[in-house]
Write a protein that binds this ligand. Sequence first.
Ligand SMILES: *Cc1c(COP(=O)(O)O)cnc(C)c1O
Length: 427
Amino acid sequence: MPDNPNDILFERARAVIPGGVNSPVRAFRAVGGTPRFVQRAQGAYFWDAAGQRYIDYIGSWGPMILGHGHPAVVEAVQRAVIDGFSFGAPTEREIELAEAILALLPSMEMIRLVSSGTEAAMSALRLARGATGRKYIIKFEGCYHGHADALLVKAGSGLATFGNPTSAGVPPEVVQHTLVLEYNNLAQLEEAFTLHGQEIAGLMIEAIAGNMNFVRASAAFAKRCRELCTQHGALLIFDEVMTGFRVGLHGAQGVLDVRPDLTVLGKVIGGGMPLAAFGGPRAIMEQLAPLGPVYQAGTLSGNPVATACGLATLKEIAKPGFYESLAAKTRSLVDGLKSAAAAEGQPFSADSEGGMFGFFLLNELPQNYATVMTTDGASFNRLFHGLLDRGVYIAPALYEAGFVSAAHCDDDIAATIEAARQIFRKS
Ligand SMILES: *Cc1c(COP(=O)(O)O)cnc(C)c1O
């Protein structure tokens, strides 16, 4: 019998939940070992079932930008709960959240609230197809847009060919209208529009990609995506589920100064509750039911507790200086890790924007998924477990980004850099 409480829970979990987890990357399959079962969290930390404390650089994969248990957010949620969990009827709070988001993202005139990023991206795609009357979509290798069938696809052989499903249960027919291109590859982008421009409903992109660790679309690439969509009557869809209110108050579209047609949001806008959204210009959004022919619905959409949590979170991050301070802190982490790696002769590169960062055990920042995946898995796993043993929790896979919250203090950052230095020294 194992005696670590995490091992005991993992064994129990595996008996009743596939792999013991409700979302695959949590299972530690890539890095090996036992997932930490979280008992509670506060500020920049969480404690596992064995009572061990970790500095948390996942923050629920991005939403916890204020840290765990921010008092103003907790209070808003507690108040909301007293008034009811769910009504299946409209509330004033949904309008307030819609207004708050639209005020910060001027590319959107209307927004619809849903419950998960997957749902938001899937709905945005349907809307793009419905609004344009076209069926083809473009996505990029390494970008993740949730697990809707049409988006679980990887590149086929050859340039600008249609993709192959990446999951069993997705018939090839379902992804036959999804073109998968290499990120930051201008030539492929041009070719795709030359070949299929008149049939493309939308191009969906993480303009700062956080699902292949951290890879930026170059300014030229993002600009060309915008131009080609405009020229060919396709909709440019920014999936900002991760970057929205994470890389800055105006998202990746603010950082890159590119105006998408549709924006997909999630993670931070719910402050840790199940809440996501998609939005865009009025004329496109009015194609949605009940006004238009594109169907979309949700029993728990605009949930009153989730919207209270999201609103309270947005109120905090909209305060002056919030992102300057968060970005400086994140940069100090990234710079410290770079210096530690350089001092120990460890190949290393890193980047950050706002409260999101990525690092690679590679000499140069990669520009696409294939390069990210050239990282040596064994070296990453050594780093991951070394950090975990030292009370630092980063994503258990080398293709995931990291997140700093407003609750992380200078001592947390310094302790993290020191832990990494010790591991680099040993290897
Ligand atoms: C997390 C994520 C999603 C999926 O959101 P879920 O809430 O997990 O369904 C979609 N797109 C991007 C860019 C994400 O990071």
